[in-house]
Design a protein around this ligand. Structure first.
Ligand code: NAD
Length: 353
């Protein structure tokens, strides 16, 4: 069973079974609570509920979705913990996607100045991205993840069986982070990935393990995002602006779908500024188009997209900050581009449709 041993905790990528339960029992927590959302209560909890029964857990369920990643939902979670008689020596199991992991971790990290928690990520995105790096939080004042903290879980249990009930679209969205990790750090992985054109036949445990180890290496060097951790933002400056735009339309994009378009644009910027070769740019572009197709980005919204990018919290001064790739498997942080160049990358993307 692949286990990544980190300084303070392990990421265990295997079906949850007796080893996990034995380990949990050995921690001698005073009590266990399990946090789910409506969907993971229905689809994921049944896979482990019987095994957990011995701990007589207290179950807390909240409505699913980013719009519930709020202080109001946290209040409900904290109230439930109080009603269950939870103390600092309890442990909260966060069974869900990135929303449950971020919010449950935040609630645990602040409850009575911090109780332990275990992340049990149930989406591909949360297994390869949200579960690693200790970032926890909620959305507040209209700003995503604006209230939160850094705190490590006691363990991460990544079980690929949960993907059986994920939609193909959700899986594809999470896959964008796997591609990103390869593109910024591992040319060998990038070469292997290009052989994968159908996501149905993937050995997810293997790819989650390989991808998570890249993110983990980067986070280890820079746990509080002061430098190299920004590498993980490749594709995210433009991708996040595209995601924000579509969020206000009748056809919102999933995070990975927007980031895939963002990575094409930022690969173009990488070619323009850092010498990413033309054949590499073409290979990257073609691969994203094969997996994600082409997203029509309306003409006339470039100024709106730029204004979102100007507010990006990664910017260190008035210039828009990028992490770009001089070659596949390499990354350069704290790059910038003029607004004309950014528009040029959008023009490149549109012309692919
Ligand atoms: P999510 O948690 O909203 O899950 C997506 C949807 O899938 C939800 O409706 C959920 O109920 C459902 N779901 C989850 N697991 C399921 C399963 N196995 N079967 C069926 N349905 C299932 O979203 P997400 O895409 O997992 O994560 C996005 C969140 O993660 C965002 O809030 C983002 O800010 C956060 N995030 C955090 C980090 C970090 O480093 N902390 C990194 C990336 C993303």
């Amino acid at each position: 069973m692949p286990v990544l041993q980190l300084d303070h905790y392990d990421i265990d990528i295997s079906p949850i079974g007796t080893d996990h339960l034995r380990w949990l029992a050995a921690q001698e927590f005073a009590g266990i609570a399990v946090l789910t959302d409506d969907n993971t209560a229905q689809h994921c909890l049944p896979l482990i509920k019987e095994q957990l029964a011995v701990f007589q857990p207290h179950y807390i369920t909240v409505p699913a979705g980013e719009k519930h990643k709020t202080l109001e939902t946290c209040q409900h979670i904290w109230e439930q913990l109080f009603q269950a008689g939870a103390g600092r020596n309890w442990c909260l199991l966060n069974l869900g996607g990135g929303v449950i992991g971020d919010m449950g971790g935040f609630c645990a990290g602040t409850f009575k100045r911090g109780m332990d928690f275990i992340q049990i990520p149930t989406t591909l995105l949360s297994q390869v991205d949200a579960s690693v790096g200790g970032k926890l939080g909620i959305d507040f004042y209209g700003v995503k993840n604006s209230i939160g903290l850094f705190r490590d879980p006691r363990a991460v249990w990544a079980d690929a069986r949960f993907f059986q009930t994920l939609s193909a679209r959700e899986l594809r969205s999470g896959f964008a982070e796997i591609i990103k990790h390869a593109l910024i750090a591992d040319v060998q992985q990038w070469q292997e990935l290009q052989q994968i054109t159908h996501l149905e036949s993937i050995d997810w445990s293997e790819w989650v393990a390989r991808s998570v180890s890249i993110k983990q290496e980067i986070v280890k060097e820079d746990p509080h995002e002061k430098g190299i951790r920004k590498a993980l933002n490749f594709g995210h400056t433009i991708g996040h602006a595209i995601e924000s735009y579509f969020l206000e339309t009748a056809t919102p994009l999933l995070h990975g779908e927007a980031i895939a378009a963002g990575m094409i644009c930022e690969a173009w910027l990488s070619a323009k500024q850092l010498g990413l070769s033309k054949p590499k740019l073409t290979a990257i572009t073609d691969y994203f188009l094969t997996i994600y197709g082409h997203q029509a980005i309306p003409e006339g919204i470039d100024e709106l997209l730029l204004s979102t990018m100007r507010q990006d919290k990664k910017n260190e001064d008035t210039r828009i900050n990028f992490s770009l790739i001089p070659a596949a498997g390499k990354v350069a942080v704290n790059q910038t581009a003029t607004e004309e160049e950014i528009v040029g990358s959008l023009v490149y993307y549109r012309a692919l449709g």
